[in-house]
Design a protein around this ligand. Structure first.
Ligand code: NAD
Ligand code: DAU
Length: 334
């Protein structure tokens, strides 16, 4: 494979996108790396701290066709992370999810079909398959999303794959399980619980706490995306799993233990509407490309807790902003 000379990363100021941007700067030396990010409530320039002149940062919207067309000139790779990503928010503000996740992806695809030779990775989620009580989904299984978030991601996956069939795009899709690690917005389970505990608060466990998720450390996910960028096939979908399935109470207990706190800090609250019971995917296909996660849940969680403890200056302003009014509204409903 020829080295990439110019890579565009959408959503690169978000959680996973910023870790991927750091990896791209290291693992594609000589490439011009551009980040396109709207800096919504979830985007944070501080996530790219220290990268300075190693990247070009463009604040903008993936739905802005003129801007996207300009940025696609001379590009040879796009890694598309930008999205609205929080299931709870999609229950109240679904239009934002359709706009960015479906129409924004469509805007990128339209630009891509006018850029011959472009390599495109569309980053998606295991949530598109829906919930299953036993066994694991494979890439060819039908999609059965439960929330406006996962339905918008499923729509964007299908749209992206249709551009391979219709326009011959060199595009692959990745579908990963739950990520955790430094720089994750504190609306998501692990950073919400760690930061609540740091603030002396309780942690809100939805329903019975028995819903199950598979967890992967963010740097492992990024290595898988980079591998798919280099070696993935056009029109192929790759599941990316952490191989560390746990119920939410087990995750909560692990956080409490890592922070030296007791179970009295758990508060059971009303369940999320449409709460998927369990996600599970088979990752044999990406493993056949050479991928294997490196971080165990215990070591990844220890790194994550240590990061949030050392970086209150990162998360305190985030929790004080839009987050406050969002969560006040959520808790009133319970
Ligand atoms: P995030 O919410 O932390 O970051 C999303 C980023 O996209 C933010 O920087 C935001 O400013 C930017 N953005 C949003 N709308 C935009 C727009 N219209 N134009 C330009 N930028 C915009 O998200 P994340 O958790 O890092 O997820 C990144 C991607 O990975 C998403 O596509 C998500 O569906 C997928 N994914 C996430 C997980 C997970 O566990 N977090 C797992 C599997 C897949
Ligand atoms: O599976 C991949 C998906 O993982 C990604 O596509 C999504 O972008 C990402 O947000 C994540 O979705 P989840 O809904 O699984 O993540 P969340 O952190 O919101 O919740 C994880 C589990 O914890 C879920 O079962 C709901 C539960 N939960 C969550 C929160 C925020 C609680 O019990 N209490 C909470 O306060």
């Amino acid at each position: 494979m020829k080295p990439f000379r110019s890579i565009l990363i959408t959503g690169g100021a978000g959680f996973i996108g910023s870790h991927f941007t750091r990896l791209a700067v290291r693992s594609h030396p000589g490439a011009r790396v551009t980040v396109l990010d709207k800096l919504t409530y979830a985007g944070n320039r501080a996530n790219l701290a220290g990268l300075g002149g190693a990247i070009r940062f463009v604040r903008g919207d993936i739905c802005d066709a003129a801007l996207v067309a300009r940025l696609f000139k001379g590009l040879d790779a796009v890694v598309h992370f930008a999205a609205e990503t929080h299931v709870d928010r999609s229950l109240g503000r679904s239009a934002d999810f359709l706009r960015t996740n479906v129409l924004g992806t469509h805007t990128l695809l339209e630009a891509a079909r006018r850029a011959p030779g472009l390599r495109f990775v569309h980053v998606s989620t295991d949530e598109v398959y829906g919930s299953r009580a036993r066994g694991a989904f494979r890439e060819g299984d039908p999609l059965n999303p439960s929330s406006p978030y996962s339905a918008s991601k499923a729509s964007s996956d299908l749209l992206a794959l249709s551009y391979v069939t219709t326009w011959g795009l060199n595009l692959s899709v990745t579908r990963c399980t739950n990520n955790y690690g430094p720089n994750q917005h504190p609306e998501k389970l692990i950073p919400l619980f760690v930061t609540n505990l740091e603030e002396g608060k309780q942690v809100p466990v939805y329903g019975s706490g028995r819903n199950r998720r598979d967890w992967i450390f963010v740097e492992d996910h990024c290595r898988a995306v980079d591998l798919v960028l280099r070696r993935g096939g056009a029109g192929e979908v790759y599941n990316v799993a952490g191989g560390q399935e746990k119920d939410n109470l087990a995750v909560t207990r692990a956080i409490l233990k890592a922070m030296g706190l007791g179970r009295d800090r758990i508060r059971f609250v009303e369940d999320r509407p449409g709460h998927d019971w369990r996600y599970a995917i088979s990752d044999a296909k990406v493993r056949a490309l050479g991928f294997k996660p490196r971080e165990s849940f215990a070591s990844g969680l220890a790194r994550t807790v240590a990061w949030y403890r050392a970086n209150a200056a990162w998360w305190r302003p985030v929790k004080a902003g839009d987050f406050q009014s969002y969560y006040r509204k959520q808790y009133r409903q319970r």
